[in-house]
Design a protein around this ligand. Structure first.
Ligand code: CMC
Length: 443
């Protein structure tokens, strides 16, 4: 059998042998269904909570080699894109699969820029949130609400509709994000300035005050371009998986992206950059780092911005961001938290707890330090992740709805609850004290 692309499985319950095809280094777990102990057995299933070793799709968008710390979009190294590209060009690459020529890039910029405005009702909608609403919560709500403004987006199998929704979402995300930010400060909303680049316009919508035209600092605008490139896609992470799962019901992309933003909000995902700053601020000084590391090692909290499901090496995005931080500090002045971060990293990379678990800095470890130096409040950090990730989500969405192998996502479960029981009328149920013990303590 050696040299064949198959896996031989012997079921020791029955002694039967099965040949499962191997394609692209994977077996189809559906092939396990034939492994049965009897004809009425539903067949073997795979158990993989958190999908740690299950591919849910074939994709041509992003390649990651976590062992070697490699990240590529459509075959292009992240380091090269971060150095030479800009966000809209990278978004084109991610969405369309190739780098654009000059004419196509100009058309793409025009088409995206055309959609930077939002319906005036969105502003009223935003006003309905509580005064201290987290901008990420506002983003989830307003992106979901966009589906009601564009009912044509339901037509997910239509290529032209998909293109239009992609431009709309990439165009509108900075506007929604900036409005959410201005609202938390009680400042009037600033409308898009389409003469500016994608990141310059975003800075203008955030920070413009009474001046007629906002002049963004070119170093900060470029830093944001780089950060946006680094965050544009990351294959099947938690939010992209949420997006694909929700989109598999063929719902419109605004609803699916709202689900992705909700997933990104969590502190183990896009909310980690916010959590890193809170952690560094709490540590407060170099002297308190050993005590903090000791607590983490004892299982009391995590070193936020460290560790990754896929990278078992330095996250290549973190390397770029660390360098970028100093370019930003030349303009903004140094964020003192960088010293605590560097010392934490130095200690963690020598400590057996982190070394043995292969925990390295991830994209979120240094990004928040830059955002804070650029005067963004911490609550905006995950929002700054969501804006560029929209191009990745739209590419992943388009790929999934076009994929003939994709059907509605519907995982299996292993049922471990009660067997069949007879309904007991309320008068005949046990006394409250006895019932307490039977009720699951988690709920
Ligand atoms: N600090 C301390 N211990 C950690 C950390 C950490 N940041 N991350 C993982 N561990 C330990 C964990 O306790 C476990 O130890 P043990 O085997 O003794 O139980 C071991 O390492 C494996 O951890 P895990 O939770 O099973 O790993 P995972 O692949 O399920 O989780 C992760 C990946 C990113 C959620 C996790 O590393 C983490 O919580 N990191 C901190 C949050 C963070 O920075 N998230 C941003 C991820 S990058 C941006 C993005 O794409 O979302």
């Amino acid at each position: 059998m050696a040299g064949q692309d198959t896996l031989t499985v012997i079921d020791n319950r029955t002694g039967k042998q099965y040949e499962l095809p191997i394609e692209c280094g994977a077996i189809r777990t559906a092939d396990l269904r034939q492994v049965k102990t009897s004809p009425d057995d539903a067949g073997l299933i795979g158990y993989d909570p958190a999908l740690t070793n299950t591919a849910t799709c074939k994709s041509r968008i992003t390649f990651i080699d976590g062992e070697r710390g490699i990240l590529r979009y459509r075959g292009y190294a992240i380091e090269e894109l971060a150095e030479k590209s800009n966000y809209l060009e990278t978004a084109y690459l991610i969405v369309k699969g190739e780098l654009p020529d000059e004419r196509h890039l100009a058309m793409w910029k025009h088409n995206v820029t055309l959609h930077t405005m939002v319906h005036e009702n969105i502003k009223k909608f935003m006003d309905g949130f509580r005064y201290d609403a987290h901008p990420m919560g506002i983003l989830v709500g307003t992106i979901g609400a966009l589906s009601t403004f564009y009912p044509d987006a339901n037509n997910v199998q239509d290529l032209e509709s998909r293109r239009l929704q992609t431009r709309r979402l990439i165009g509108k995300l900075p506007t929604l994000a900036a409005f959410a930010y201005r609202r938390t400060l009680g400042l009037p909303y600033v409308y898009p300035d389409n003469d500016l680049s994608y990141t310059e316009n975003f800075l203008s919508m955030l920070f413009r005050m009474t001046e007629l035209k906002y002049t963004p600092n070119p170093v900060l605008a470029r830093a944001l371009e780089v950060l946006f490139i680094l965050h544009a896609d990351h294959e099947q992470n938690c939010s992209t998986n949420a997006l694909r799962s929700v989109a598999s019901s063929q719902v419109d992309p605004y609803s699916a992206v709202a689900a992705a933003v909700a997933a990104l909000y969590g502190p183990l995902h896009g909310g980690a950059n916010e959590a890193v700053i809170r952690m560094l601020t709490q540590i407060g000084s170099l002297a308190r780092i050993p005590e903090f590391i000791k607590k983490v090692k004892a299982g009391d909290g995590r070193l936020m911005g460290f560790g990754h499901r896929v990278y078992k090496n330095y996250d290549p995005r973190a390397t770029i961001i660390k360098k970028l931080a100093y370019e930003v500090f030349d303009v903004t002045g140094k964020n003192p938290l960088i010293d605590i971060a560097l010392e934490l990293e130095r200690i963690a990379l020598q400590d057996d707890y982190f070394v043995s678990r292969r925990l390295y800095p991830n994209v979120d470890f240094y990004s928040g330090i830059i955002y804070q130096a650029m005067s963004f409040p911490v609550t905006m950090f995950p929002v700054l992740f969501a804006i560029p990730r929209t191009s990745g989500w739209m590419a992943q969405w388009a790929e999934s709805v076009r994929d003939p192998e994709q059907r509605i996502a519907r995982p299996r479960q292993i049922y471990i609850g009660e067997g069949a029981r007879k309904y007991v009328s309320i008068a005949q149920r046990p006394e409250p004290e006895m019932r307490e013990e039977a009720v699951s303590p988690e709920i």
